[in-house]
Design a protein around this ligand. Structure first.
Ligand code: KIV
Length: 270
């Protein structure tokens, strides 16, 4: 078993980058999965605003609120003994300016016990990142495909191809210069992600960004096979929990209907 540091801090991720150790991150929205992932040595648990579609049934990440994120954040942070817990700032909680961003970041950090926040955008979010960091709140950036801007980006499209690569690098540098401790690169060609990772001092975390980044992140419901339909190209399913749960529910229903459950083993005597 490789060496696992006691508590992952933002500085630990920088040490991982410096030593070439590739670290792993998963989203989590609840106490049970957070505990399991933490015990498995996952380094970062992201309370992603993907909870909107994965847990709350919204059709995108846009409707989820600060209060809803805080509920998920508390459930995750209270289970994580080792992992760094990062909570997403939802759409509408930081775009209006640094003062709103600070108030909402505090509203997410205080009740949850999360270690850091994440917000989307490069240059456009630099002032917000700087304000939060100056106030003592560690910030993870998120550039490339940014799901909260899906309506402007015209759908789930790869970012940073061709001439857009230069813009992406500028965004990455803006996030770093504003004081972020790491940055997520989502749906970016591998070579561009590698180039950005080499140019940045802070760690890069890829999702659909190939192998030349410092860490990887997957949405837990994708990685565990909980989501229906064909997964997107960058997702690897490490389990088929969705199928297993559906089949367990079917067996249970059948056994109840047939009188096979409960038996004496599952019943109390006088
Ligand atoms: O909310 C989320 O799940 C995310 C990941 C895609 C990085 O931001």
């Amino acid at each position: 078993m490789e060496f696992l540091p006691k508590k992952v801090r933002t500085s630990t991720l920088k040490e991982f980058k410096a030593s070439g150790h590739k670290f792993s991150c998963l989203t989590s929205y609840d106490h049970l999965t957070a505990g399991l992932f933490d015990q498995s040595g996952i380094d970062v648990l992201l309370v992603g605003d993907s909870a909107a579609d994965n847990s709350l049934g919204y059709s995108s990440t846009l409707p989820i609120t600060v209060a809803e994120m805080a509920t998920f954040g508390r459930a995750v942070a209270s289970a994580a003994l080792r992992a760094l817990v990062v909570i997403d700032m939802p759409f509408g909680s930081y775009e209006t300016g640094p003062a709103d961003a600070l108030a909402n970041a505090i509203a997410l950090m205080k009740p949850t016990g999360a270690d850091a926040v994440k917000l989307e955008g490069g240059k456009r979010s630099a002032d917000q990142i700087r304000t939060l960091v100056e106030a003592g709140i560690p910030v993870m950036g998120h550039i490339g495909f940014t799901p909260q801007s899906v309506n402007v980006l015209g759908g789930f499209k790869i970012q940073g191809r061709g001439d857009a690569a230069e813009q992406l690098l500028e965004d990455a540098l803006a996030v770093q210069n504003a004081g972020a401790f790491a940055v997520v690169l989502e749906m970016v060609p591998s070579a561009i992600a590698g180039e950005i990772s080499a140019k940045l001092d802070i760690p890069t975390i890829g999702i659909g960004a190939g192998p030349q980044v410092d860490g990887q992140i997957l949405v837990w419901t994708d990685f565990a096979g909980m989501t229906a339909g064909r997964p997107r190209k960058f997702v690897k399913r490490y389990a088929n929990l969705g199928e297993q749960l559906a089949s367990a529910a079917l067996n249970y229903r059948t056994e109840v209907a047939n009188g096979q459950f409960p038996t004496a083993d599952h019943s109390f005597e006088d």
